[in-house]
Design a protein around this ligand. Structure first.
Ligand code: FAD
Length: 313
């Protein structure tokens, strides 16, 4: 497609045309709750694997509630796929010694990337956080603790609409700086829908002299009710236009999926035009929407799917 032809189209149609660099993508999964969700998680992993993501990450349940399941999932990805897994880890409800043991176990199992987070209080997303006196107090301390154990690649979280506990964007940027000084090499953003706000946020980070990659966290969500509940608790604003798109679709999951994919594709395409080339997708353990959005961005299969093996005991 010539530049003249493509300029007549919108960002989605223009995205991924030849000549543009291939974006780098990463995918986030949650550990499965039982055999059925394990099956659907692995279907999603197998479908997305050939897209050749930079890494895939596996979350750590509130209060460390998924410690074993996160570990098992990350190690299985390492052993049975071509993917590079990253393990999320939080400071919640654990002593430093306990967290250090988890870190050492990951290193011994061959995991080389940790997403270091403070975590939220168990059972009350958005509630007040009280660190354990004998534990890591925040993600800055956790990052330093991880680096003291082994030379992991460490990613940390950032909040385009500021963290709900933070007094200001400047404070959040100071915290990010501290996490990078402690050894983090990449930040992954919370999900957001205000692109202009995101661009201003990243601009402020760059003006503060922070140069590490900041990956926009993209949530292609098809359950608007679930999204609204979660967003309300973690301080993410849901714009009126998004609510409007989903209005009246409660009983129509297929259309909700199409809407969700088109919204996320447009967000990514606009960010790509602004020069962003890394995207982190909150997959919610489903491949279809993320796969479609990657296609729009010009991300194509580069690897064969690896053969499934028996689930680890
Ligand atoms: P921190 O960066 O530690 O910041 C929390 C507060 O601590 C700051 O507001 C600040 O007041 C204080 N602080 C931190 N460092 C310093 C410092 N150096 N000096 C002074 N004050 C400081 N939660 C889970 O439970 N499991 C997950 O798997 C998970 N995955 C996530 C993935 C991403 C990409 C993101 C963005 C969030 C994720 N979360 C997860 C949620 C996260 O745990 C919560 O948002 C939590 O409230 C904050 O975590 P944080 O690592 O950003 O905190």
């Amino acid at each position: 497609m010539s530049p003249a032809q493509s300029s007549a189209l919108g960002p989605v149609a223009r995205a991924g045309v030849s000549g543009q660099p291939r974006p780098r993508v990463s995918f986030e999964f949650s550990p499965p709750k039982g055999p059925k969700s394990e099956e659907s998680l692995w279907e999603a992993i197998r479908r997305l694997e050939p897209l050749g993501p930079e890494f895939v990450s596996v979350t750590y349940g509130a209060g460390g509630s998924t410690r074993e399941r996160t570990h098992r999932t990350v190690v299985r990805i390492l052993k049975e796929t071509t993917l590079k897994p990253a393990a999320h880890l939080t400071c919640v409800e654990a002593s430093r010694a306990e967290v250090d043991e988890v870190i050492q176990d990951y290193w011994d199992a061959g995991i080389r990337h940790i997403v270091a987070l403070r975590g939220d209080p168990p059972g009350s997303l958005g509630g007040a956080y009280t660190p354990r006196p004998d534990g890591y107090q925040n993600a800055t301390e956790l990052t330093a603790g991880i680096k003291a154990i082994a030379p992991f690649d460490v990613s940390v979280g950032v909040y385009p609409q500021i963290h709900p506990e933070s007094p200001s964007v400047d404070h959040d940027i100071e915290v990010l700086k501290a996490k990078i000084d402690a050894g983090a090499t990449r930040a992954i953003s919370n999900f957001f829908f205000d692109i202009d706000g995101y661009l201003r946020f990243v601009d402020r980070i760059r003006k503060a002299g922070i140069e590490v990659p900041i990956l926009p966290g993209i949530m292609p969500v098809s359950s608007f009710e679930g999204l609204s509940n979660m967003a309300g608790r973690i301080g993410v604003e849901i714009p009126a236009w998004l609510a409007n798109h989903f209005e009246g679709l409660d009983a129509d999951p297929e259309t909700r999926k199409l809407v969700a994919a088109s919204v996320a594709a447009e967000m990514c395409a606009r960010l790509a035009e602004e020069g962003f080339s890394d995207f982190h997708f909150y997959t919610l353990n489903r491949a279809d929407l993320v796969y479609a959005i990657c296609r729009v961005l010009g991300v194509r299969e580069t690897l064969p799917t690896t053969e499934p093996k028996e689930a680890a005991a």
